[in-house]
Design a protein around this ligand. Structure first.
Ligand code: NAD
Ligand code: DAU
Length: 360
């Protein structure tokens, strides 16, 4: 069963988060015929300011709400005639899942279940299933941790090891269950670490950039030898469009950047890039001297690496950006958008909703 995106009404959940914002922007920039309904609770990670310039777009409707609210979800499907769901909304930060797992279970598991129920009732009870798609955005962390060699494929056994990855694995299982039990037209993508514009500065790359610009310590967990497979966010968003349009329902697709890097190498590279671009800081010391090895994350997965062969062979997708190109764009973006980072760090980004909607 293959679907085209033409004239679709897409419910994007979590469209004010890092990847969601990049995805909404991509759709509005490149597609003339789509309606985007953006549902986001605006948790600490949701930032309406990231949609500046497109929030008022005639084909974009923002709704502040919780994916765990079944009445709201049912009403959205019916009122907007949703035929496509791209589900990003989640609690996404591993460190927070270690200190506060409850919200991860609620949003990632119960929230996904609530959306699946909404789609089942609106699509299947009314015989609309064939033209609909539910794409669940998931992570490579469901597969656990690799040793020195090997890659995650779509058939790698699930072995989640943090509360975050356990909640995402659980949501993946619910999505598959709705395909097998009810025939809901679902797709799952499991992607590696994203980086790029609008990422909340709790995640490694924006955190290091912000700290380095402020002359603060650059925390590297453990021995810095943990490996992540980095993908530029625009590539991830384009892969999602490809899977939506051409993926086989019931199937999962791994998405990765062929970019395995040790954390310490990423942090050193960022320091070098800033030194080259801005010159050395006032104290004359290279920014690398700010690197501070700190206590390791509990249960820290050692290595992730994606085999993205299936999406390449079957759907013809592969990343367009090399790590060097993506990192250059990312560093440039954070340097050109310091106000965005400042408003996140001083908390003023959270008043944006009031400015845009409650005062109208
Ligand atoms: P993010 O934390 O930046 O954004 C999450 C968004 O979801 C926020 O806008 C937040 O307000 C919203 N949200 C949270 N709870 C909600 C709820 N109950 N109802 C409605 N909205 C809610 O996350 P991200 O990095 O953009 O990740 C998006 C998705 O992609 C997640 O599902 C994540 O698991 C997955 N993913 C992320 C990466 C990555 O590297 N960032 C890689 C692979 C997969
Ligand atoms: O692999 C996909 C996952 O990538 C997504 O599912 C998650 O939503 C996303 O947050 C990301 O998870 P990670 O835990 O890999 O990302 P994070 O940026 O938190 O950390 C990247 C690596 O850097 C990880 O090995 C931990 C390390 N780290 C992180 C921070 C915040 C540090 O060494 N120092 C830090 O301060």
């Amino acid at each position: 069963m293959r679907g085209e995106l033409m004239n679709k009404t897409i419910l994007v959940t979590g469209g004010c988060g890092f990847i969601g914002v990049n995805f909404v922007r991509l759709l509005l920039e490149t597609r003339q015929d789509l309606q985007v309904i953006n549902l986001d609770k605006l948790t600490y990670a949701g930032n309406l300011q990231s949609l500046e310039g497109v929030a008022d777009h005639p084909r974009h409707t923002f709704i502040r709400g919780d994916i765990c609210d079944p009445e709201l979800i049912d009403a959205l499907f019916t009122e907007h005639g949703i035929d496509t769901v791209v589900h990003f909304a989640a609690e996404s930060h591993v460190d927070r899942s270690i200190t506060d797992p409850d919200t991860f279970v609620r949003t990632n598991v119960f929230g996904t279940f609530t959306l699946l129920e909404g789609a089942r009732k609106y699509w299947l009870d009314q015989g609309k299933g064939n033209n609909c798609r539910f794409l669940h955005v998931s992570t490579d962390e469901v597969y656990g941790s690799l040793g020195k060699t090997g890659y995650f494929t779509e058939t790698t056994r699930y072995d989640p090891r943090s509360p975050y990855s356990a909640s995402k694995a659980s949501s993946d299982h619910f999505v598959r269950a709705y395909f097998h039990t009810y025939g809901l037209p679902v797709l799952i993508t499991n992607c590696s670490n994203n980086y790029g514009p609008y990422q909340f500065p709790e995640k490694l790359i924006p955190l290091i950039l912000n700290n380095a610009l402020q002359g603060k310590a650059l925390p590297v967990y453990g021995d810095g030898g943990n490996v992540r497979d980095w993908l530029y966010v625009r590539d991830h968003c384009e892969a999602i469009v490809r899977v939506l349009e051409h993926g086989q329902t019931g199937e999962a697709y791994n998405i990765g950047g062929h970019n395995e890097k040790k954390n310490i190498d990423v942090v050193e590279l960022l320091c070098d890039m800033l030194d080259t671009k801005l010159g050395l800081p006032e104290n004359g010391k290279p920014r690398k001297t700010l690197i501070t090895m700190v206590k390791d994350r509990l249960g820290h997965d050692r290595r992730y690496a994606i085999d993205a062969g299936k999406i390449d062979r079957e759907l013809g997708w592969r990343p367009k950006y090399t790590f060097e190109q993506g990192m250059k764009k990312t560093v440039d973006w954070y340097l050109e958008n310091k106000k965005w980072s400042e408003s996140v760090m001083d908390g003023s980004y959270q008043q944006y909703y009031t400015k845009m909607y409650e005062q109208k």
